[in-house]
Design a protein around this ligand. Sequence first.
Ligand code: ADP
Ligand code: MG
Length: 699
Amino acid sequence: MNSIPEYFGELVFGDSAMQERLPKDTYMAIKKTIDEGKSLDLTVANVVADAMKDWAIEKGATHYTHWFQPMTGITAEKHDSFISPVGDGKVIMEFSGKELIVGESDASSFPSGGLRATFEARGYTAWDPTSYAFIKGKTLCIPTAFCSYGGESLDKKTPLLRSMQAINKQALRVLKLFGNENVTSVKTTVGPEQEYFLIPNDMYEKRKDLIFTGRTLFGAKPPKGQELDDHYFGTIKPSVSAFMTELNEELWKLGILAKTQHNEAAPAQHELAPIFTTTNIATDHNQLTMEIMQKVARKHGLVCLLHEKPFAGVNGSGKHNNWSLSTNTGVNLLTPGETPFENAQFLLFLCAVIEAVDNYQDLLRLTIASAGNDHRLGAAEAPPAVVSMFLGDELTAILDAIENGSAYNAAEKVQFRMGVHVLPKFPKDTTDRNRTSPFAFTGNKFEFRMLGSSNSIAGCNIALNTAVAESLCRYADILENASDFTEELHTLIQSIIKEHKRIIFNGNGYDDAWIKEATEVRGLSNLRTTPEAVERYTDPKNIELFKKHKIFTEAEVYSRREIKLEAYCKTINIEALTMIEMVRKEILPAIEAYTLRIANTGNSKRALMPDADCSYEKKTVKKLTSLVLTIDERCNALEDALASVRSVKDIVARAYAYKDEVVTVMAQIREAADEGESLTAKKYWPYPVYEDLLFGVKQ
Ligand code: ADP
Ligand code: MG
């Protein structure tokens, strides 16, 4: 096999392939489109399409697809072959510029949240040339945005690109004020750390809950969980290592910068982190990573679980969205500077994030809300549902000093003046140790830690980019009209700290006392579940934000709220139905069979020895009999709850009803069924249990 640098990106029609295969003027034209967002004309597109097709065919491709990200949160593709008849029963391989840049697609089966009238099912896909085409299997995949006939966005890519434009525009205004004349674009960068579980395939196949819902709906605690901390960063089993090796190779071929891999806290849990890249590419790459993880796992006799909480009692899986801003001149705007002016600029960008997170806590929270993530947040394994920010003691002390006009270092006795003083050096290492914070500054970037493992990263980055764009816009409006820039800047930063410091919290986010302080003293919101969070989507301030920066129309915000709540209801509905099916067809019959065996044992003993002590059998039969009745009763209650909840018309009310009426009964069923599992002989139990699943991957 070739060396990594040789095969890295070999399945991507990226910059080097374009440079090699396109005429110089075509290459320059497409480069302009990519770098500056200039639109592409059809003659250029024709040349690009032809070169792309030849390249793809050489790599074994027979089909192409517009690869897009509908609001399901996963990716979609419909393959068309390159063949075109030429008479005589012969074909040639063809691909035109038009086919490259727009596709027409039947949008009727994708969620639209009421945006698309049923009589108008057409949707369009349009090439996003800033994300390179690539080959998957035998198909050339063209990353695209997806819109309705009326132009409303039906995907996650369009608003993400719009939010990147918004923050670019506002950041440039601010940078100009600091004299950065050579900066022509600002992009947000993201490195998403991805957690996942690996379990044996044969065991997965035996569990309907894993197959239908991605998580175990039942399962008694095994004797050992993660309490010994012996899995985290532990030696990787050779079979898992073989999986990781192949996964890395597949990702590298696609130009994905897979970098770090390790065992995570729970048994059978692992993590992969890539090197960061531009946000829209990072989003495409994360979707591909999740897809390829699942595919490669199967080849190794494993199943990769991306659900947020596949197993109760051990940690679930999240995703950390490391986020920063960088200029086309290669400057990370969240790196503290060396000179007084760079420092002031850094502090202003820092303030922009602080203000954004405080003003739009609810928005950030709701973008990562899902039925799966509800199991993690606030459960002492992931951040609480309260959004706060960790800055570290040193940086917080500096902000305090600026706010109060006091010396930040008692020995120095100087007040920090914007544009005059240099920030004291604070060691980067001490900034990222607080793992309990939902939103932590880690030296030159922020790490948003509330995402669930299966979340698309598009949603939270749309919110974050837009909210920060709004802060920057406000600052530019003020500073562009300032008579004394430095003075105005100082006052502005002071006022931002004063107003938004309530969002800064450096303590233990898992502590109950924090939740009390956050909500009762600081007035932060605590949106514990998906319905509570998602309901806020359409708050006037959120609609205003999205409208102002041209990310979403009001109708688009409503549609997204509806889609998220629908997904929540449907997920719980599927889980509930799966539960009922497993209880009736597997669990109750298993307990009954075991009860019969015990009863028969007692009877046989009596027949042999009329005075035999059968108190054990009697007690067990009694316990199992009452348990069976309880489970059956609760199952009936769940069926009734489902019937009543389904008829609730209003989507917000329906989501609350699922949370309050269905989820509660499901927990009661599980409790009883898990007790049944621990009372029933293992060989009677109809599917693999926790210890098999969590410790079953072979060396
Ligand atoms: P840790 O947080 O474990 O100390 P690192 O700081 O090296 O690890 O990075 C964690 C993740 O953050 C990686 O995916 C990395 O690529 C990403 N990252 C680093 N710098 C940036 C940046 N400027 N913008 C976005 N992501 C970044
Ligand atoms: Mg981690």
